[in-house]
Design a protein around this ligand. Structure first.
Ligand code: AMP
Ligand code: ZN
Length: 469
């Protein structure tokens, strides 16, 4: 399999540290709110990667942390504690918030057919492991105590900026302010391993440590939990691209300083899901969830298919219009598959070339959209129905779209939807702008409608619209 590795920024042949065994680590959710469909894009693509590795015959051990302590609103040790902010917002304790949103996260995952990782480890279960790792980093001279906190000393590293496609200037943006705020740091890129003195007097969860009562930084969680459950050699580390810096950069610094050798072979980063306003983010407050899509009648697997239709290394823009197009495609596909006869016996030798084509697609840096077209190729082929069903069932071990179970894409008509409401509102605004002789606005709206592939028709009953064929 060829995978793009953010470490080195090239496509590379995937060779795990031990043959046939893949150690995989995923940064889990920060459980202070529901996961949004952007977060879930990342988890869907990671799920496909895990399932494809299993499909290819590897034995995978996938570990995920649950961030229930230590993650501040700026990834660079400044701002508010996210968990504390969530607890305040809902007048609950941090642990109540963590439990509620962890459960909600796995419910969403189940709806999207995202498999639960082999190990799921809340950070608050592993405080002793973090203390141990921090003690070793201090002993080895990679960390220092300053102003009551323990910091990682990035000046001790030969290379700190490991994901070199981002230049130092860009990378430093996240940390520039933090050195101003935190005079204890020796270098602008140093980061906190353990907080004792901080502005969070109201910090709910605190533990005793050799450096005083306090709590761990966010980055140490992932280094330590990965080493605990995956051992010294990690094959693939996954996450959204926003985690590459500073989080993953700091994970590499800590883990390699602790272990004394290279830690992780491949870094798999999923590009963002955007909406009309840019990157979807929890901290912006209003974001889209799986429950919201369900309340609008969508089968959550339509969203999974929407994600699989594009490559994980390209940003993806969400709109209801595109989701509706996917819903139509999903219904047609399910319809064609459910029309296949369930009788007969599959001829596995005949299935082989189709399975090879599917593997070729996914072996090429997880090309899921090409993988999806393999399903259509099977349907178009002259294979008998039983063999078609067998092959599609094999593909679905990876795609996980319930292709042979046939649930509808949407419970209400796809045309009776949010997208048409938006288009009709735009047409009404354009009509008004024309009546007001506000030609600039009318033209801007016409251009916007064109971008949405909407064609307007002047009829005696007023303006009608349809999508461009
Ligand atoms: P968080 O719960 O904020 O720690 O994020 C959970 C995962 O979602 C991480 O891997 C993030 O990098 C990823 N993520 C955050 N925002 C987005 C987005 N808009 N699109 C895709 N992935 C995202
Ligand atoms: Zn992490």
């Amino acid at each position: 399999m060829i995978l793009y590795n953010s470490l080195g920024q090239t496509k590379q042949e995937f060779v795990p540290h031990s043959p046939e065994k893949v150690n995989m680590y995923t940064c889990g959710p920060t459980v202070y709110h529901y996961a949004h469909i952007g977060n879930l894009r990342t988890y869907i693509m990671e799920d496909v990667l895990e399932k494809y590795l299993r499909f290819s015959g590897y034995n995978v051990n996938r570990v995920m942390n649950i961030t229930d302590v230590g993650h501040l609103t700026s990834d660079a040790d400044t701002g508010e504690d996210k968990m504390l902010a969530g607890a305040k917002r809902e007048h609950k304790s941090v642990l109540e918030i963590a439990k509620f949103y962890t459960d909600a996260f796995f419910e969403d995952c189940a709806k999207l057919n995202i498999k639960r990782p082999d190990v799921v480890e809340p950070a608050t279960n592993c405080i002793d492991d973090f203390i141990n790792m921090i003690s070793v980093l201090l002993d080895k001279g990679y960390a220092y105590v300053s102003g009551g906190n323990v910091y990682f000393d990035t000046s001790k590293l030969d290379t700190y900026y490991v994901f070199g496609n981002m230049n130092e200037e860009d990378l430093a943006v996240g940390v520039r302010d933090s050195v101003e705020e935190d005079k204890n740091k020796r270098n602008k890129t140093d980061f906190v391993l353990w907080f004792t003195k901080s502005k969070f007097d109201s910090q709910e969860l605190k533990w005793d440590s050799p450096w005083g009562v306090g709590y761990p930084g966010w980055h140490i969680e992932c280094s330590s939990i990965s080493c605990k459950h995956n051992g010294e050699y990690l094959d693939i580390h996954c996450g959204g691209i926003d985690n590459a810096f500073p989080h993953h950069t700091n994970e590499i610094a800590q883990s390699e300083a602790f272990l004394g050798h290279k830690w992780c072979g491949y870094w798999f980063h999923v590009l963002h899901l955007n909406d009309a306003r840019g990157k979807m983010s929890k901290s912006k407050g209003d974001f889209l969830t799986v429950s919201l899509l369900e309340s609008k009648g969508y089968n959550p697997l339509v969203y999974r298919m929407f994600c699989l239709q594009s490559h994980y290394r390209k940003p993806l823009t969400f709109s209801y219009e595109s989701l509706d197009n996917t819903a139509k495609a999903y219904d047609k596909l399910i319809g064609r598959i459910s029309a296949l006869s369930k009788d007969g016996v599959a001829v596995k030798e005949k299935a082989q070339p189709f399975i090879c084509a599917f593997k070729e697609a996914l072996d090429n840096d997880l090309n899921t959209s090409l993988g999806l077209t393999c399903v259509y190729d099977v349907l178009k082929s002259d294979l008998d129905d039983a063999t078609k069903l067998f092959v599609i069932g094999e593909f679905d071990k990876v795609l996980s779209l319930d292709l042979t179970e046939g649930k509808p894409a949407k419970t209400q008509s796809v045309s009776d939807n949010e997208a048409s409401a938006e288009i009709e509102a735009l047409i009404a605004q354009r009509t008004q702008a024309r009546a007001d002789k506000d030609w600039a606005t009318a033209d801007a709206i016409r251009d916007r409608l064109r971008e949405m592939n909407v064609v307007l028709e002047d009829t005696k009953d007023g303006i009608k619209w349809h999508y461009e064929k």
